[in-house]
Design a protein around this ligand. Structure first.
Ligand SMILES: *[C@@H]1O[C@H](CO)[C@@H](O)[C@H](O)[C@H]1NC(C)=O
Ligand SMILES: *[C@@H]1O[C@H](CO)[C@@H](O)[C@H](O)[C@H]1NC(C)=O
Ligand SMILES: *[C@@H]1O[C@H](CO)[C@@H](O)[C@H](O)[C@H]1NC(C)=O
Ligand SMILES: *[C@@H]1O[C@H](CO)[C@@H](O)[C@H](O)[C@H]1NC(C)=O
Ligand SMILES: *[C@@H]1O[C@H](CO)[C@@H](O)[C@H](O)[C@H]1NC(C)=O
Length: 390
């Protein structure tokens, strides 16, 4: 009997917000456990790095700008070698597709996660606060910040991207016999995952009830500072990622286009930012009783669960030419919004950033199905999206 292909669903982790400090001055957000959604506000003092000036504008063309620092935690060394080599090929594919100015280090780990549902997780190691050109402060992945070659910048973490893959899945590699129905093409998934680490990453999530299906409201990352959940704390506003700057909503009931940033600024009329709350519960209760929760956070949730209602609209491009994000499924943290629409891009050259991965097909098969795009697995929409970010 021929086995049927199976599907796995990819997602990026949505952070749990944390309370560890009294001041946000010179802070960054580190993702300390990519599987458990743990994050930490860490001290990252501004570093004066004048030697960077020498590198300004210098593109290291031809060089592989993505370095994989690989750790294998299983005993099958032949499999370890294949994983490492596929990771490196994924890195050099991405490196060749964009102009990187600074090298990116990926801490990659292959281990048994003892979980048949999680294929792995890839996240920016550190997120940094930067003011975008519209003077709005947003969170940027460190890999992207490095590309700007600032002479003064927040202190970098040792690696830019942290990636963990689960050895409990059956992977296929280039050079193997034809892919079997139960195998997943590792290289293609690695390319997909690295893009999340490079900034294909929305911070809109259900921070007020993860996996609680009764919570039908979404917000960007709530920035709170305090010592512990029972001590007084300050609400410092909801913060988008740089990806979210380009997120646009099409509301068919009013035929209007509204930016994520405008919705975030409406949410930030709650508080307002700088307001002190007596505890995390106090903050959460007051926010859930607010008009911003009722009319804004719930509105965003409705749009995030309505087909073709959200697009990534790159710099200088009309809404019509943007890329539909995943909003046609019941809200799933890290799959919704953080991926391109499965319904719209299956069978196209932009298949890569869908949340659905089918076993039994290779990236080459999918590229062929999508019309044999010359750029391989990195489709034209994805190129446009990544160029907008950095
Ligand atoms: C690679 O990771 C190890 C720890 O796992 C670290 O000690 C080493 O410095 C890293 N190398 C680079 C080049 O980042
Ligand atoms: C960089 O930081 C140093 C020390 O804080 C400061 O003296 C210098 O003016 C800064 N340079 C720029 C270009 O911001
Ligand atoms: C889910 O959210 C609702 C509404 O806030 C709350 O009453 C309920 O206790 C939550 N359930 C869980 C399991 O946390
Ligand atoms: C966002 O808000 C600004 C200022 O209120 C307004 O001028 C602009 O048209 C709005 N744009 C979108 C796309 O929501
Ligand atoms: C995938 O590509 C291989 C090699 O070109 C081919 O033999 C196979 O039939 C293709 N499979 C699918 C499902 O398209």
């Amino acid at each position: 009997m021929k086995s049927l292909p199976s599907f796995i669903f990819l997602y990026v982790i949505m952070l749990n917000f944390s309370l560890t400090v009294t001041s946000l001055n010179q802070r960054c957000i580190d993702i300390i456990d990519a599987i458990e959604r743990k994050s930490d506000l860490v001290l990252c003092p501004i570093i004066d790095d004048p030697k960077r000036k020498d590198n300004l504008g210098e593109y290291l063309t031809g060089a592989n700008m993505i370095l994989i620092n690989f750790t294998c935690e299983i005993s099958d060394t032949a499999l370890c070698d294949k994983i490492k080599s596929a990771f490196e090929t994924a890195g050099s594919t991405i490196s060749a597709a964009f102009n990187f100015r600074a090298q990116i280090i990926i801490d990659a780990r292959f281990k048994n996660l003892n979980n048949k549902n999680v294929l792995g997780s890839t996240v920016p190691t550190r997120l940094m606060f930067l003011d975008s050109e519209d003077d709005v402060t947003r969170l940027y992945p460190q890999a992207l910040v490095k590309q700007f070659q600032f002479t003064n910048h927040s202190q970098y973490a040792d690696s830019d991207i942290t990636s963990i893959f689960n050895s409990a899945f059956n992977y296929w590699f280039e050079g193997d016999p034809p892919i079997k129905q139960n195998q997943y093409d590792f290289y293609t998934i690695a390319v997909h995952e690295i893009f999340h680490g490079l900034g294909f990453y929305s911070l809109w999530g259900n921070y007020f009830g993860f996996n609680n299906k009764t919570i039908d409201a979404l917000t960007p990352y709530p920035l709170l500072s305090g010592m512990s959940s029972s001590d007084p704390l300050y609400f410092n506003g909801f913060v988008e990622s740089i990806f979210d700057k380009f997120l646009m909503i099409y509301d068919s009931t009013t035929s209007s286009i509204i930016s994520s940033t405008n919705i975030t600024s409406e949410l930030n009329t709650f508080g307002p930012p700088g307001t002190k709350f007596s505890s995390l519960t106090d903050f959460s209760d007051k926010f859930k009783a607010s008009s911003q929760w009722e009319t804004v956070a719930k509105y965003f949730y409705r749009m995030a669960t309505m087909a073709e209602s959200m697009k990534f609209v790159p710099r200088g491009v009309d809404f019509i030419s943007g890329t539909f994000l995943e909003t046609s499924i019941p809200f799933f943290p890290g799959s919704s919004i953080c991926h391109v629409s499965n319904a719209d891009y299956s069978g196209t050259s932009d298949f890569l950033m869908r949340y659905v991965v089918e076993s039994g097909v290779t990236g080459t098969n999918l590229t062929a199905r999508g019309g044999s795009y010359s750029g391989g697995v990195i489709g034209p929409h994805l190129r446009e999206i990544m160029s907008s970010l950095g």
